[in-house]
Design a protein around this ligand. Structure first.
Ligand code: SAT
Ligand code: MN
Length: 628
């Protein structure tokens, strides 16, 4: 995949080019493509240009081969059902490849099972690759997708080229990234780009049985990153996080490493703006693990008057401190939303529903008899008795049997961000937008108050490092348990996590950097009857309002053992019936246990790579919670 033996165009052999002009591509791209064609031996080649016509061709093909079925109720919307074995990211088969192991993963203590990335040596992975990729596209089309992560031509953006044998990936990448033949002009002088190779791993003809017309190869699924040479290879899965390589693989893992080398940040964060009734606008970046409501927060409909929320992105933020002004400027490197469908409705997230009423792909959801999408959470908006076809193919009448499930819990909608009713008019601003506050959060049923402000930058980095959350359906984990997910980046970090934390800490060393305040939020605390103590959704604006007032240094916070908390009465609770004391309580036994567990976990996972500054923060917190 990597080492260059020079290949010229005639080495394409007799593989025909179905669409596009190979001769017009930059020569270093040609060389790489020729190598990959030799490796994968496809039937023909399609060089994507991002045109509408191309979208129509891919859609038609997918409908004809039974992978997509049109949702008649909307314009240009489709349901896609996958093989039920291919529905989520597979962290256990996702690897970082570097010569030095500890460039990829930390020096975990013996016996601590490292969950902050999996490493394999170049030699070891070569065997796995040689066992999979040669001939993997036999009988299939080799699509070449040129794309920009971030606004085209922005100095904050990066270019990738994905090769895939899946038209579903072509169609989804057109939604999630900026696909265009314009890209080639940015590579004319041999400029770097991220090389992505993806195959569903089912060469034709096949004797394998194909379920739902969704070719995949779960036994051999493999997602491999080469951070040094900025390459990704993915085999056997068509599911978003494993196949839309611009997203987690590039925009987080590879870009994270580039960001480390270049002094910026690639984070698992939404970007939103809140404008108050005085017309003052603030931009916020917020990190939550997968399926914890980033999309809902990014598109929040304020439950109280006087605020306007606008969305810039819902999953990934690339952020850089401006050398001159010191501002932290953020872009959304994506162009679409790949959101969790179940739970999304006109109450929880009307803007998401309105975004996906056209030009969208729905994966593993149910369908109503009149050709609409359906998933758990839409009960109240769908007449009882409506006939539903579940993603499993089973038909049932809504309301008759409550045990029936229409959708996979990780079912997704994939829709263009520009269609979002509250998309910010500057969401594509090449200069990025200035971040005033950074929020971390997770699902914490117990012990953790609604909002905590970090004492300072270092303490904020500590809050992020000890982030935990109840597991969700976005990955292959089963059952609900509280898992550590530092910075909401556990599955997405592209290099040694200790270095990653140190990278965050180091931003304080540049005096010109205007460090945003850091916060921790928890919408998910429950009472003794397991009922949520906070209404969440649109009412989260109340917390954002408090956060913004803190960003403006308003005197509304007071110190506690775990950070600064809102002074009683400073958070606008008008019209709400919440038990503030329960919501904000710091149970001593919980926090004493929590900090011990945090130290044990971080020390086990990171060993001597755990930055000293974080050990000091842990020690301080230990002393503070002992006083509770
Ligand atoms: O990995 S995906 O991008 O498919 C979804 C997620 O885990 O956030
Ligand atoms: Mn995500």
């Amino acid at each position: 995949f990597s080492e260059v033996h020079h290949v010229t165009i005639d080495k394409l052999g007799d593989v025909p080019i179905k669409r596009g002009n190979f001769q017009l591509l930059p020569s270093h791209v040609q060389t790489w493509l020729a190598q990959m064609i030799q490796l994968c031996t496809p039937r023909d080649i399609h060089i994507c240009d991002g045109s509408d016509e191309e979208g129509e061709i891919a859609t038609k093909l997918l409908v004809e081969n039974g992978q997509l079925s049109p949702l008649k109720k909307y314009q240009n919307c489709y349901i896609c059902l996958t093989d039920p074995r291919d529905v989520a990211r597979v962290e256990s088969k996702t690897f970082l490849i570097t010569k030095d192991k500890f460039q990829s993963v930390p020096h975990s203590r013996e016996g601590a099972n490292c969950v902050l990335g999996l490493w394999k040596s170049p030699d070891e992975i070569k065997k796995d690759i040689d066992d999979r990729f040669p001939g993997c596209m036999r009988g299939r089309t080799f699509y070449v997708i040129p794309y920009s992560m971030g606004p085209m031509g922005s100095s904050l953006s990066k270019i990738g080229v994905e090769i895939t044998d899946s038209a579903y990936v072509v169609l989804s990448m057109r939604v999630m990234t900026h696909v265009s033949s314009e890209i080639w002009k940015y590579l004319r002088n041999g400029e770097e780009f991220v090389r992505c190779l993806h195959s569903v791993g089912v060469p034709l003809p096949t004797t394998q049985s194909i379920v739902n017309n969704w070719p995949c190869n779960p036994e051999k699924t493999l997602v491999v990153h080469f951070p040094d040479s900025r390459k990704v290879m993915s085999f056997g899965s068509g599911y978003g996080g494993n196949s839309l390589l611009g997203k987690k693989c590039f925009a987080l893992r590879i870009a994270g490493r580039i960001a480390y080398d270049e002094g910026w940040l690639a984070e698992h964060m939404l970007i939103m703006s809140v404008t108050n009734s005085q017309g003052e606008e603030k931009f916020i970046a917020a990190a939550f693990p997968s399926a914890c409501g980033k999309t809902n927060l990014a598109m929040l409909t304020p439950a109280i008057p006087g605020y306007t929320v606008r969305c810039i992105g819902d999953d990934i933020a690339w952020m850089r401190f401006d050398k001159e002004t010191g501002e932290l400027r953020a872009i959304n490197p994506e162009a679409g939303f790949f959101g969790v469908a179940p739970g999304t409705n006109m109450k929880t997230n009307p803007n998401a529903i309105l975004t996906c009423l056209q030009n969208s792909i729905f994966t593993n959801v149910g369908e109503t008899a009149d050709g609409g999408f359906y998933w758990e959470g839409l009960e109240e908006e769908t007449p009882a008795g409506t006939e539903i076809t579940a993603w499993t193919g089973e038909k049932y009448k809504l309301g008759e049997d409550k045990t029936k499930k229409s959708s996979h819990p990780n079912a997704r909608f994939c829709c263009p961000a520009r269609q979002c009713p509250i998309i910010h008019d500057k969401w594509q601003d090449p200069a990025g937008l200035p971040i005033s506050a950074i929020i971390f959060g997770g699902r914490r049923p117990e012990g953790v108050p609604l909002v905590i402000e970090a004492f300072n930058w270092t303490h904020g980095v500590f809050l992020a490092a000890q982030l935990k959350s109840e597991s969700t359906a976005a990955a292959e984990h089963t059952g609900k348990r509280i898992m550590h997910d530092p910075f909401a980046m556990r599955p997405f970090v592209g290099y040694n996590f200790g270095k990653y934390i140190q990278h965050w800490l180091d931003f304080e060393k540049t005096p010109n950097n205007k460090l945003p305040k850091i916060f921790h939020v928890n919408w998910f605390r429950v009472d003794e009857n397991k009922k949520f103590l906070w209404p969440g959704y649109g009412d989260n604006i109340r917390v954002l309002d408090w956060i913004i007032r803190r960003a403006n240094n308003e005197d509304v916070a007071e110190p506690s053992a775990v950070g600064l908390l809102p002074k009683k009465g400073s958070l606008n609770l008008q019209g709400l019936n919440v038990d503030w004391d329960k919501l904000m309580a710091l149970p001593k036994a919980y926090w004493v246990g929590d900090i011990d567990e945090t130290l044990q976990w971080l020390d086990g996972q990171l060993g001597d790579d755990l930055p000293q500054a974080i050990r000091e923060q842990i020690q301080k917190q230990k002393e503070r919670v002992a006083q509770l």
